[in-house]
Design a protein around this ligand. Structure first.
Ligand code: AMP
Length: 549
């Protein structure tokens, strides 16, 4: 028997219409580096998104299914693109501006982007690539920046504001199938070619509702969220869509992502929430330690994308800012877990829950798979690869011109679950603790050592700013850990002392023998530790390694 309920598709268009009317007065504030930031209401953004859709269709002939790329910072024009492009049935393709040029070329060609919206300040990045991007017909430049380098190129160049001028404020938004592509984002994978994840209207809609639930970020129109996580990194973790559903104000840093301007923006604009990867919070901590600022407006901070060292959480607790750990991937939209402790606990009892990756929402099913392929119990001890499935989890990658979805065996199980490549345990009450990426775990004499556990313990040392641990080959044990350490200013090297400090919390056989001090930990395009680079530096003999007895 079928239900008697209306079958209304879940569309980004609806989120746009809702945000620009019901929450028309909410604002997107974009940092400009000048005396005053730029402010634009949701109503204005909605109107301008409508004009942009008209321009894309009437001027460039953009049709349903066409890919329109953005190479932009977090700002209000980028939010306009977020809503205009999917609502007209086209596909928003956010480009990661920190990727190496050859990967950007691969991605644009693979997606066959027809139009690129670019911030003027990013033209030096785009212009050298354009001769290698045959599918790109139009470049639309938003904001300040020297445009002269575009002259003479085989592409039509437009100014964003001029393009919107005089366009109609209405658009006959099409009736779309909720399973149609709305947006796409390529993984920032450090091995092999990047892979395209294509989000549907339905997955974005449902994911936005989850972001807004109290068990996730739970914000309202009374909040302002500082969206540091880039709009090219998994849709800024879903925040632009979620904010238009509930009227949460957004504070956008544009290109001002350095610790000093971030500290200033927090003190001046007083956001109640923020979202960013751990390296951002490490940098900000060093900044406010040197130049104190009031960060206490931030009642809740969502931290994820890489493991959050417990010492970082403690440091922010002392500043009156609560970090809440979240886990996710490009393939999971990204919200997979959030670490809100169970109700009714004291601060001391909450702590062991806060340092996990968190609990799964109803929309995300999880299972752990052991090395022999068996499913492992949720007992907080059995470690295996995490597999997930759900309405906002990818079931395949974009296959490019072939039109066929791409389902590599190492990424999807035979029954359709996503293999995350993350190794961890799940407690009986559903809290996930990740011990490593499958490829980063250190296999020493048949036992596994967690590089993350060693890093967290090292980063708790008062003289250590950052630490990354990688597996290196060892004649006797197969692999052993190499500790690479960034010292705080003025600290002196004492490897024996660091090892003794680790020995307070780590089993003796897991303690690293090999140590080196480095100036900074290499980072990926989205600010995570790039262990591949460290492994290569070690293999090339480029590190000055001390071996303790
Ligand atoms: P990306 O697709 O670039 O967002 O990368 C996803 C990967 O980041 C995951 O598979 C994890 O390895 C890692 N990751 C994300 N969040 C966390 C977290 N809270 N703790 C540990 N690793 C994380």
């Amino acid at each position: 028997m079928l239900s008697t309920m209306q079958d209304v598709p879940l569309l980004v268009t609806r989120i746009l219409q809702h945000g620009m009317t019901i929450h028309g007065k909410s604002q997107v504030t974009t940092w400009t580096g000048e005396a005053e930031p730029h402010r634009r209401s949701f109503a204005e953004i909605g109107t301008r998104a409508t004009r942009l859709a008209n321009a894309l269709r009437d001027e460039f002939g953009v049709q349903q299914g066409d890919r329109v790329a953005t190479l932009m910072w977090n700002n209000s024009e980028h939010v306009e693109a977020y809503f205009a492009i999917p609502s007209m049935g086209a596909v928003l393709h956010t480009l990661n501006l920190r990727l190496p040029p050859e990967q950007l070329v691969f991605i644009v060609n693979h997606a066959a982007d027809r139009v690129v919206l670019v911030n003027g300040t990013l033209l030096p990045l785009l212009v050298p690539l354009l001769p290698h991007l045959p599918t790109v017909e139009h470049v639309v430049v938003a904001g300040i920046g020297d445009r002269s380098a575009l002259e003479g190129l085989d592409v039509r160049v437009h100014d964003y504001e001029e393009l919107l001028e005089g366009r109609s404020d209405s658009y006959d938004w099409p009736d779309l199938d909720e399973r149609q592509a709305a947006a796409m984002c390529y993984t920032s994978g450090t091995t092999g070619d990047p892979k395209g994840v294509v989000y549907s209207h339905r997955s974005i809609y449902l994911h936005s509702m989850q972001v807004n639930m109290a068990e996730s970020m739970g914000l309202t129109a009374a909040d302002t969220s500082l969206v540091v996580v880039p709009q090219f990194h998994v849709n800024a973790w879903g925040l632009p869509h979620a904010t238009f559903m509930t009227g949460i104000n957004m504070l956008m840093p544009d290109r001002f992502l350095q610790p000093a301007p971030l500290a200033e923006m927090i003190e001046r604009e007083k956001p109640s929430h923020a979202a960013a990867v751990p390296t951002i919070w490490q940098g900000l901590l060093a900044e406010v330690t040197a130049n104190p600022r009031d960060l206490t407006s931030m009642k809740q901070v969502t931290i994820g994308g890489a493991a959050c060292p417990p010492s970082l959480m403690e440091a922010y607790d002392k500043l009156g800012v609560r970090l809440c750990h979240a886990w996710g991937m490009t393939e999971t939209s990204p919200l997979g877990t959030m670490a809100h402790p169970p109700a009714g606990l004291t601060a001391e009892e909450e702590w062991p829950y806060r340092i996990t990756q968190g609990r799964f929402p109803a929309g995300v099913e999880a299972r752990l798979v052991g090395p022999d392929g068996s499913f492992l119990p949720w007992d907080g001890e059995s470690a295996g690869e995490l597999e997930v499935r759900g309405t906002w989890i990818a079931g395949a990658y974009y296959g490019g011109a072939s039109g066929e979805p791409f389902r590599p065996e190492d990424k999807f199980s035979a029954d359709g679950w996503l293999k995350t490549g993350d190794v961890g345990v799940i407690s009986s009450d559903g809290y996930l603790t990740l011990t490593d990426r499958a490829k980063d775990v250190i296999k020493s004499g048949g036992e596994w050592i967690s590089s993350v556990e060693l890093e967290n313990a090292l980063m708790a040392h008062p003289e250590v700013a950052e630490a990354a641990v990688v597996a290196v080959p060892d004649d006797k044990w197969g692999e052993r850990p190499l500790a690479t350490v960034v010292l705080k200013e003025g600290a002196t090297v004492d490897y024996e002392g660091l090892r003794a400090f680790l020995a307070q919390s780590i089993a003796k056989w897991q303690l690293p023998e090999r140590w080196t001090v480095i100036a900074s930990v290499p980072k990926t395009s989205v600010g995570k530790f790039d262990k591949k680079v460290i492994r290569k530096q070690y293999a090339d003999g480029a590190l000055d390694v001390t071996k303790l007895d």
